[in-house]
Design a protein around this ligand. Structure first.
Ligand code: MTE
Length: 324
């Protein structure tokens, strides 16, 4: 998902889109191969990256959380080293190896601002918020629009419980969420050509669906910075770019939010972005996916396998571009 003409292999700005399209096949395989080879070799990663230093995080005692398998227990779970070293987080760089750069982000104190159509706008610290909402663990499939995928155990709370905590008023139609804006650390935010801060949104019925999740943990520990600490959205039936990381702003509104990628290239990245193998991206097929750590591509499923739970959300929205 690159935009700029930094290197020869990148496409021009007007063709902004996910990284897969900028890397020719050999480079993509090489890039992935590097990450996977490092993992396979068991290279030592800093403790902070593996998030195994319970003393360092004031919420560490909350993990592992009780498992909730209501929406299934997909397998095989991706080995932990892969999702924490192969990331999309454009604030820290445009390749997949941003995990080192992300360690510079300070996640305490962390304040979340709640605004818009609510009974009363407020701000709350992350540690105070997490103490108020019961956390649980859910194993979800994740499907990136670039066609890689993973299965990971997130911990956190339902988006529904967060919405109720925020007390929306006057029937807002959408909820918009934004990532922290801190160009001194998130150095790509210095680039004015990109529509920072990273923004995403959901229709209210999507936000209130029990499947929609706010992750504060991963693999039974506090979530690591490269995966969106201290809190990120997880919407497993949509392409991964909907799952905004490092949230500092939640706004309830009647105006449909324009997301980061939509602002860059709306004919390729729409608001709904539901996974559908039958609807290709304008420049590549979405029929199959490559699980991290696997050599084989597997078929992609409609709504990423969650259709029985979420398809009914869209029966009255057939005129919309639901799958891109
Ligand atoms: N959130 C922010 N703030 N910045 C990003 O670049 N990338 C998105 C999403 N959330 C992104 C983001 C994309 S394209 C994907 S696929 C997922 O995060 C990747 O999440 P992961 O790194 O935990 O696998």
């Amino acid at each position: 998902m690159l935009i700029k003409r930094k290197q020869g292999w990148e496409l021009p700005e007007r063709q902004a889109a996910p990284e897969g399209l900028y890397l020719d096949r050999r480079r993509l395989v090489q890039a992935m191969g590097l990450g996977l080879a490092a993992s396979a070799a068991g290279l030592a990663l800093p403790r902070a990256v593996l998030a195994d230093d319970k003393a360092a995080d004031p919420t560490a005692h909350l993990y592992p959380a009780r498992r909730d398998d209501r929406f299934g227990a997909p397998s095989p779970v991706t080995p932990e080293r892969l999702p924490i070293t192969y990331n999309n987080y454009y604030e820290f760089g445009t390749d997949k190896s941003i995990w080192r750069a992300a360690q510079k982000l300070d996640i305490r104190p962390w304040t979340i601002k709640v605004s818009g159509k609510v009974e009363k706008p407020f701000e709350i610290g992350f540690d105070e918020l997490i103490a108020k909402l019961p956390i649980e663990e859910r194993v979800y499939r994740h499907r990136c629009v670039e066609t890689w995928s993973m299965i990971v155990p997130w911990s956190g709370f339902s988006m529904k419980s967060l919405v109720e905590f925020c007390k929306p008023a006057g029937n807002p139609k959408y909820v918009a969420m934004k990532t922290l804006h801190k160009p001194s650390v998130m150095f790509e935010q210095k680039d004015p050509l990109w529509p920072w801060p990273y923004t995403e949104g959901l229709a209210m019925d999507e936000a209130m669906h029990d499947l929609t999740f706010i992750a504060t943990g991963l693999y039974g520990k506090p979530i690591v910075k490269q995966n969106g600490a201290p809190l990120r959205l997880v919407v497993p039936w949509k392409y991964g770019f909907k799952s905004v990381k490092a949230i500092v702003s939640i706004e309830f509104t009647d105006k449909r939010p324009v997301s980061f990628w939509e602002a860059l290239q709306d004919n390729e990245y729409g608001f709904w972005a539901n996974v559908n193998p039958a609807v290709p991206h304008p420049r590549w097929s979405q029929a199959t996916e490559k699980p991290l750590g696997s050599d084989e591509r597997i078929p992609t499923q409609i709504y990423n396998g969650y259709g029985e739970f979420v398809a009914s959300l869209y029966t009255n929205r057939k005129s919309e571009k639901l799958f891109m």
